[in-house]
Design a protein around this ligand. Structure first.
Ligand code: SAH
Length: 420
């Protein structure tokens, strides 16, 4: 796959060089319909297909275009995605060349911010680039020890792969970049999957990272996202601190993130559930790696298993629910809302008085407000009184740019069931 990609990519740089002599990097222009410049003026970085009146020039996928209002006002420099509903993603708000120097600057800024935000131990496994919120639409880069995993999900990001990889090596001082551009959203951009080594020769098959003192083995080739859910780092630590002495249930445990933190935090018992055999195998390997033998790992469907536990009158002091994205977009929301309601209702029923529910939604389509309403409905139907004692989100290496509310995908609540 990698060599095919190379062929596909070859000639990319030569076709569209950004000359320092031309202030505007591309003759191609997107002209918006009248009045459709409003969101760009608020610096929202997406141009939807319905807002475009016409395309001047013949830009190819990922090429740089100028975005102009119907009245001839310059708005932004953006990457063109002819196949996507999001026709263009903004690189910059001023007229400037998009070239190697641009990526060097943006990538260096993002990497430097992580150094300031996180302590040394946490930066061993952290997100270095978080897409739009770091001014790099379609680019995600995660650092796992001496390897960076790069995921490119837009035509624009895909086009500048080599420049981004070089900028990452330079800014992070790391020699290996592994590509995991196999996210489904690439289909919407008309991009084939691209995975494999981008820089450095060794295949990073056995990567182990330490997060807050716990070791995790990662499967960078097949694991979810780029191999790990880095966005839950701080929340896993929070659970470690809440778990002492209690019976803990980790629904949707993946490779054991919350369950192992509960075990190391001194839980009396930990039951961890997941439907993926591969995830559970890795979770068990992670338990061995950390010499934590007390976790009960069970495969199956959480919806069914929660019902079973309820029928068996099992009780827990702390339940973590970190399900997959039930609603990637607004269209999935009604069905997703029922799913969230269902699992949270069952969890409330399984908690002892005074017990804690740590519940998450990573659905872009479900706002924090809606999620809270759903969880409130769950408590009501479960017949329990509960309070929110903490609101959770991703760590500081997953920032949300204020002009990009879509970036605010992960929300969590810690709810305490009233003591009787
Ligand atoms: N909390 C984890 C990440 C969870 S990701 C961490 O911190 O690393 C969501 C997990 O839910 C995945 O491992 C997936 O296999 C699992 N999953 C999805 N649907 C499921 C279902 N219906 N029943 C059980 N597990 C499910």
């Amino acid at each position: 796959m990698r060599s095919e990609d190379k062929k596909r990519r070859s000639g990319k740089g030569s076709k569209h060089p950004a000359s320092p002599l031309t202030p505007h990097p591309s003759p191609a222009k997107l002209i918006l319909k009248s009045g459709r410049e409003k969101s760009l003026k608020r610096r929202h970085p997406w141009v939807f297909s319905g807002a475009v009146a016409n395309v001047r020039g013949e830009p190819g996928p990922g090429e740089t275009v100028g975005v102009w209002s119907a009245t001839g006002e310059f708005l932004a420099v953006a990457a063109y995605s002819p196949q996507s509903q999001i026709t263009a993603r903004v690189w910059a708000w001023e007229e400037r060349a998009i070239d190697r120097a641009f990526f060097k600057e943006r990538v260096a800024r993002a990497v430097a911010q992580r150094r300031e935000l996180l302590d040394g131990a946490a930066t061993e496994a952290c997100r270095l680039i978080h897409g739009e919120s770091d001014g790099l639409p379609g680019v995600v880069a995660d650092r796992y020890g001496d390897t960076i995993v790069l995921q490119l999900t837009s035509a624009g990001a895909d086009r500048w792969r080599e420049e981004i990889a070089d900028a990452l090596l330079e800014a992070a001082g790391i020699s290996r970049v592994w590509e995991r551009s196999d996210a489904e959203v690439r289909n919407l951009e008309g991009l084939p999957a691209a995975t494999g080594p981008l820089r450095g020769d060794r295949q990073p098959t056995q990567i182990i990272v330490t997060e807050n003192g716990l070791m995790f083995q990662l499967d960078l080739e097949h694991g979810h996202k780029t191999g790990f859910y880095l966005d839950q780092r701080e929340n896993r630590l929070r659970v470690r601190r809440l778990a002492r002495g209690g019976d803990v249930l980790d629904g949707f445990c993946y490779t054991g993130g919350f369950a192992l933190n509960a075990a190391v935090g001194g839980a009396r018992s930990v039951l961890a559930l997941d439907s993926s055999a591969e995830a559970l195998a890795l979770a068990q390997a992670n338990a061995r790696l950390n010499d934590l033998s007390g976790v009960d790992w069970v495969g199956g469907d959480v919806f069914q298993m929660l019902r079973h536990l309820r029928d068996g009158r099992r009780q827990f002091d702390l339940i973590v629910l970190d399900p997959p994205k039930f609603a990637p977009t607004a269209a999935h929301v009604p069905k997703a809302a029922r799913a969230y309601k269902d699992i949270n209702l069952l969890a409330f029923k399984l908690l002892r008085p005074g017990g804690l529910l740590v519940t998450f939604s990573c659905s872009g389509g479900v706002s924090a407000d809606l999620f809270q309403k759903i969880v409130a409905g769950s408590a009501l139907d479960a017949g329990v009184a509960a309070q929110i004692i903490e609101r959770l989100g991703p760590g500081p290496d997953h920032p949300t740019a204020l002009n990009f509310p879509e970036g605010d995908y992960l929300k969590g609540l810690i709810c305490r069931v009233a003591r009787q």
